[in-house]
Ligand binder design. Structure first.
Ligand SMILES: Cc1ncc(COP(=O)(O)O)c(C=O)c1O
Length: 444
C-alpha cells in the first residue's frame, strides 16, 4: 500500500490502492457510462436532454407519499387484522427477505398480465437491478455458466454480469425477432466446450435501448427453444405498461406453461424510481440431492438476506398503497403515465419527421418507429461517440446517448438513443429542431 498525494485534494495524503488489484470489471468503460451521462448533463445544464430514460418529473410534483403509506396501514389493520403494534413492527422493523407486499403483487400480476403465481413465488427487491444481481449470481455460480443477452441491451444487466464475472453470449436483434438459429447453435457449441447457457435475458416489450417489440411467434419460439436447449428466460418487463391496450401482447411469463420464465418487474416507471422497489417472480422448482423441493424464489431470498437483508418496508408500503388505491392493479397506477409516454413518443417521431425527415435520406440518417417504450434509435453516417456528444451539447444545446454504451460487442458506433420520457412538449420540439441543425452540420 502506497501513501500518495491526492490529486483532487492537493496536500492531503492517504492510502493508495493499486487499481489492478481491484475488481477487473472496473476497467470496463460501459460501467462508467451512466456517470458519464450525468456528468455531461451537469456540464451543459441549458441543453435539452434526450439522454436519460428517467420518468417525467411532473408526475411527482404533488406526490403525497404519506397518503399511500396510510392506505397500506389501513389495509394491514382492516384487511389483515393486524394490531397497531404489529403494523408498527411491519413498517419500522427488519422484515422478511422475500418481501411483504407479495400478495398485492401476485394479485396485480393476475389482474394486469394474466400471470398466475403465488405470493411465495415472488421476491421483492431493491429495484429491478437487485433482482438481476440475485438471479445472475444464483443461476451462474461457476466459470462455465453463461448468460445469453439480447444485444444491444440495458446497461444494468450487462454491468451486473460484468461485476459478477459471468461470461455473456450475444444474441442479435433482427427486426421484431431475434437471431434464434444462431442462439441455438451457440448453445450447442457452448455445451461441446463444457459450458452451459443458463439463461437468456430478454425484454420483449419495447426494450431499452432499441424499443424492440418481439412478435407473438418469436415469443412462442423462444419458449420452445428454451425448453429444447434447457435454459431459462429472464424476462424484463420494464416498459410493457406503455403499450396501447389494443396492441399489448402477452408476456413470456403469461405464455409460459413450464415455469421456464423468471420474470423481472420494476416499480420505477409505473410508480416512482425513488422508491427503489422491484420484484422477481421465480416459481421454478429446485430439487436437492435428498429429493427435497424448494422454489428458486426461496434461494433468491436467501441470497438477498446477505445482500440487502430486506427491501425497505416503508418503500414497500408506498407501492402497496398505490396498488390498493387502484383496486389492486399496478398497470392502473401506470395508466396515466403510459398515456403521456405514448403521446411524447408520437410527438418525438412527428418532430423528427418534420425537422429531419425532408433531408434524412440526403444526410444518411434514419430511425425506427416504436409504438411504446421510452426510446427511439437513430442511425447516423458518422461515429456517435462521447466527443461528438460533447460537441453537440456545447454547440447545439442538445444531448442524446451514444448507443455504443449498450452493445456487448463493437456494434452501435453509428447509432444514438433518443429518450422521450423526461421532456415537455415544447422541449421535444425545440430539442429536435436543435438536433436537426446538428445533424445538418455533421452529416452533410
Ligand atoms: C430495461 C430496464 N429494466 C429495469 C429498469 C429499472 O430498474 P430499477 O427498478 O432498478 O430502477 C430500467 C430502468 O431504466 C430498464 O430500462
Amino acid at each position: 500500500v502506497n501513501v500518495v498525494d491526492n490529486k483532487q485534494l492537493p496536500g492531503v495524503q492517504g492510502t493508495a490502492l493499486d487499481r489492478q488489484d481491484l475488481l477487473p470489471a472496473l476497467f470496463d468503460p460501459r460501467l462508467d457510462a451512466i456517470n458519464f451521462l450525468n456528468e455531461v448533463i451537469d456540464r451543459f445544464p441549458d441543453a435539452i436532454s434526450f439522454a436519460p430514460g428517467a420518468p417525467f418529473g411532473g408526475f411527482f410534483d404533488d406526490l403525497d407519499v404519506g397518503h399511500y403509506v396510510d392506505l397500506y396501514v389501513r389495509y394491514l389493520s382492516e384487511k389483515q387484522h393486524l394490531t397497531a403494534a404489529q403494523v408498527r413492527r411491519r413498517l419500522y422493523q427488519y422484515g422478511p427477505a422475500r418481501g411483504q407486499i407479495n400478495e398485492l403483487l401476485a394479485g396485480a400480476l393476475r389482474m394486469d398480465e394474466q400471470i398466475e403465481v403465488a405470493p411465495r413465488d415472488i421476491v421483492v427487491t431493491v429495484g429491478c437491478q437487485e433482482a438481476m444481481v440475485l438471479v445472475l449470481r444464483t443461476l451462474c455460480p461457476g466459470p462455465n455458466d453463461m448468460l445469453a443477452v439480447v444485444n444491444p441491451c440495458f446497461a444494468g444487466i450487462a454491468g451486473a454480469a460484468k461485476v459478477l464475472g459471468i461470461e455473456t453470449l450475444v444474441v442479435e436483434e433482427s427486426g421484431d425477432s431475434l437471431a434464434l438459429d444462431e442462439l441455438e447453435a451457440a448453445c450447442t457449441m457452448a455445451r461441446e466446450q463444457g459450458k452451459r447457457v443458463r439463461a437468456l435475458y430478454v425484454a420483449p416489450d419495447y426494450s431499452n435501448p432499441s424499443g424492440q417489440l418481439l412478435d407473438l411467434d418469436t415469443r412462442q419460439r423462444l419458449l420452445s427453444l428454451a425448453s429444447h436447449q434447457d435454459f431459462l428466460l429472464i424476462e424484463d418487463n420494464a416498459y410493457g405498461f406503455t403499450a396501447h391496450p389494443d396492441e399489448a401482447l402477452p408476456t413470456l411469463k403469461a405464455l409460459d406453461r413450464a415455469r421456464r420464465v423468471v420474470y423481472l418487474g420494476t416499480c420505477a416507471k409505473m410508480c416512482l424510481p425513488g422508491v427503489r422497489v422491484g420484484f422477481v417472480v421465480a416459481d421454478q422448482f429446485v430439487v436437492d440431492s435428498t429429493g427435497e423441493t424448494r422454489l428458486l424464489a426461496d434461494e433468491l431470498a436467501l441470497v438477498k438476506s446477505m445482500v440487502t437483508v430486506n427491501t425497505s418496508p416503508i418503500c414497500q408500503a408506498i407501492v402497496g398503497g398505490m396498488i390498493l388505491e387502484k383496486g389492486g392493479s399496478l398497470a392502473a397506477v401506470g395508466r396515466e403515465k403510459a398515456g403521456l409516454y405514448r403521446r411524447n413518443l408520437s410527438m418525438l417521431l412527428a418532430a423528427l419527421d418534420r425537422h429531419v425527415g425532408p433531408q434524412a435520406e440526403l444526410l444518411g440518417v434514419s430511425w425506427n418507429r416504436p409504438k411504446g417504450g421510452f426510446f427511439v434509435r437513430m442511425r447516423l453516417p458518422v461515429t456517435a461517440d462521447e466527443a461528438l456528444l460533447a460537441a453537440c451539447g456545447s454547440q447545439y444545446g442538445v444531448l442524446w446517448t451514444p448507443m455504443r454504451n449498450f452493445y456487448l460487442n463493437d456494434g452501435g458506433r453509428f447509432e444514438i438513443r433518443l429518450s422521450c420520457s423526461y421532456l415537455t412538449d415544447e422541449e421535444i420540439d425545440e430539442g429536435v429542431l436543435r438536433l436537426a441543425l446538428f445533424l445538418r452540420a455533421v452529416c452533410a
